[in-house]
Design a protein around this ligand. Structure first.
Ligand SMILES: [Zn+2]
Length: 236
């Protein structure tokens, strides 16, 4: 195998690893999960806000219920007192008057309690809808988490075995060239070599100056120049 072939094989091995790493770090499932989790966080906030807003309404409803009960008890007392009463006309009339007043207070309290109950039911329906909407999203979140974990484990295994193959290829590149390659790889990532395609370095995609292109063409077999832009060892 020529030095150029060994270098090319190493470059391709590193590019392959790089592609799998990119795949591992940009799983569509992970992107979906990020969006979904943001949605769920928003919904949790909405549910909490709706629940918090309902708390004083529930308290007001209970208070209105207690008030209505007290009024009802008083109304009954008055009714039985009236029925059993043997008092004078003036007493009866005063009691009758209070009974009318308390009855109308009772109506107001009942209406108030009913309005509050309707308000609470409306709020509960909104909260129930929010919860129902979140439920399938929670299930999808768990599904995505499991899928991502599995995909990443599979890709990690693949990367580990590609690295073993890569190191074998690396050992086939002469040491001084390998050092140049590794230096460029450490600095720019991806691979430490690149090819000239249509006058451009396909590592950094920057076009070579005509002078550099001429120089690259005139290089003796087994000698390589570095890309003036990214520093990768250039293969023609
Ligand atoms: Zn370059």
């Amino acid at each position: 195998m020529s030095d150029a072939e060994a270098l090319r094989a190493l470059m391709e091995a590193d590019r392959w690893i790089d592609r799998v790493l990119a795949q591992r770090d940009h799983l569509p499932e992970a992107e979906e999960l990020t969006t979904l989790e943001a949605d769920l966080r928003d919904e949790v906030v909405q549910i909490r806000e709706a629940e918090a807003a309902a708390v004083p309404i529930r308290a007001a409803y209970e208070a209105a219920g207690d008030r209505a009960d007290r009024i009802e008890r008083r109304r009954r007392e008055l009714e039985s007192a009236l029925t059993a009463s043997t008092g004078g006309a003036r007493d009866l009339s005063a009691m009758q008057h209070e009974l009318e007043s308390i009855s109308s207070q009772g109506d107001v309290a009942d209406e108030e309690a009913l309005a509050l109950l309707e308000d609470i039911e409306g709020r509960d329906a909104v909260i129930a809808t929010l919860r129902a909407d979140a439920k399938p999203k929670l299930a999808r979140r768990d599904e995505l988490r499991a899928a991502i974990e599995q995909l990443r484990a599979t890709l990690d295994e693949e990367i580990a075995s590609l690295r073993v193959a890569r190191d074998e290829r690396s050992s086939e590149v002469p040491e001084s060239l390998r050092r140049r390659y590794q230096h460029a790889l450490d600095r720019v990532g991806g691979s430490g070599a690149a090819q000239i395609v249509d006058g451009r370095c396909d590592g950094c995609r920057i076009g070579l100056a005509p002078l550099d292109l001429d120089r690259a063409k005139q290089l003796a077999e087994g000698t390589f120049m570095d890309c003036p832009s990214c520093g990768r060892v250039l293969l023609s």
